[in-house]
Design a binder for this molecule. Structure first.
Ligand SMILES: Nc1ncnc2c1ncn2[C@@H]1O[C@H](COP(=O)(O)OP(=O)(O)OP(=O)(O)O)[C@@H](O)[C@H]1O
Ligand code: SF4
Ligand SMILES: [Mg+2]
Length: 362
């Protein structure tokens, strides 16, 4: 019998040349003489031009540290970053701050959760966008202004000519996030990393900003890493998803495959914990028991074991490997959902709880 995997683009990801290839990324925080805290532990993923990948996981799972390490934004003291982030044939982790500055802004850009802490409060929005244009393109003052206003307009800012001269505090939260996106896109980045860009926004503005990002990514062919703990965002936007737990990727799959057949018990729990609008009001919710603090070091066992109702002694083994369970679908779990031997029903029930059936991006 041939198994088909809905949503799997068989031509990707393996056949396309990755724009960024992250290999065995490890980030350790600590002071000399003390055992360090490994916040990111062997993360590997690829992203191709025009692709959107999701980095999903609970608070503290290492999503932001992963992106900050790739962008060279972690402090240099007290942090050890190891592994590779190969971009255009160069390991970003080996570049000097000067070389990194050149790449950041001209080819790589990042949008953070809180626009107020990313935009300069004492510089007008227009100047912040034109500064980026000046830094990377030889434009006259008038041309830079015209291009900045056009960018603000394309990012959905009404009356961009007036907003150009305003300060961040004069804009609403949603407007500020759009201004920040405009600043990030001013250099036409090849890779955009968005770290929870809509978490601070109300849901209608959130939807508009996500739509804007999807449009810009497809029109400019930008590759995008979307960091979020919101599976609804993933369902609407991402091509592929990496689920992180306690610093490691525990499941990697194309988006449709992940929602239809979640295999890792943590992913299954995440999907099961989403309340259904069409469900019975008396139906109990199914939260994942415990908190992310209830963990074991990966060097001893599966870090999710203290919270997993499928855990057995077999899960208490060091350094569980990611293994491939379907095309492009890798899982770090001894008893994955849907496996004949696990006797689990989780895959089907979890799929029934996905936020919305994933739609194709145009
Ligand atoms: N500068 C730092 N020094 C020490 N530990 C840090 C530092 N920055 C982050 N950490 C720790 O690294 C771990 C991963 O943090 P990270 O910010 O990547 O989590 P996250 O997945 O982005 O969570 P959230 O969804 O809350 O943003 C956490 O335990 C955090 O406390
Ligand atoms: S390896 Fe074991 S403890 Fe970890 S998620 Fe899978 S079943 Fe649960
Ligand atoms: Mg974060």
């Amino acid at each position: 019998m041939t198994t088909t995997y809905p949503g799997v683009d068989e031509a990707s990801p393996g056949s396309r040349t990755p724009l960024l290839s992250v290999r065995d990324l490890r980030v350790t925080f600590g002071r000399r003489g003390q055992t360090g805290f490994r916040a990111v532990d062997g993360v590997s993923f690829d992203i191709s031009p025009g692709e959107v990948i999701g980095l999903v996981g609970e608070s503290g799972s290492g999503k932001s540290v992963t992106s900050m390490a790739i962008m060279g934004l972690l402090p240099t003291r007290g942090v050890r970053v190891e592994g590779e982030a190969l971009y255009d044939g160069r390991n970003l982790l080996d570049l000097s701050q000067r070389e990194l500055c050149r790449v950041r802004g001209s080819q790589l850009a990042m949008v953070f959760q809180d626009p107020m802490s990313s935009l300069n409060p004492v510089v007008t929005v227009g100047t912040q966008v034109t500064e980026v244009l000046h830094a990377h393109q030889k434009l006259s003052r008038a041309d830079a202004k015209a291009e900045a206003i056009d960018l603000l307009r394309r990012c959905g800012i009404p009356d961009p000519g007036r907003r150009f001269g305003e300060y961040p505090h004069q804009l609403s939260g949603g407007m500020r996030q759009r201004a920040l996106i405009a600043t990030a896109l001013a250099c036409k980045p090849k890779l955009l990393i968005c770290d929870e860009p809509t978490t601070a926004l109300d849901v209608t503005i959130q939807a508009q900003v996500l739509e804007l990002l999807a449009e810009l990514v497809s029109s400019l062919g930008t590759a995008m890493v979307m960091i979020t703990h919101d599976l609804g965002v993933v369902a609407g936007l991402c091509d592929r998803v990496n689920v992180m737990y306690a610093g490691r990727i525990v499941e990697q799959a194309p988006r449709r495959e992940l929602f239809a057949h979640p295999r890792h018990r943590y992913t299954e729990g995440l999907l099961n914990s989403i309340p259904r609008l069409d469900g019975d009001r008396d139906e109990p919710l199914h939260p994942i028991p415990g908190t992310p603090r209830d963990t074991i070091g990966w060097e001893k066992a599966c870090a999710f074991a203290p919270r997993c109702r499928h855990a057995t002694d077999e899960c208490l083994r060091p350094d569980l490997e990611l293994r491939q369970l379907a095309p492009h679908h890798d899982v770090r779990c001894v008893h994955p959902a849907g496996a004949a031997s696990s006797g689990a029903t989780g895959g089907a029930s979890a799929a029934g709880r996905s936020p919305e059936p994933p739609k194709e991006r145009s």
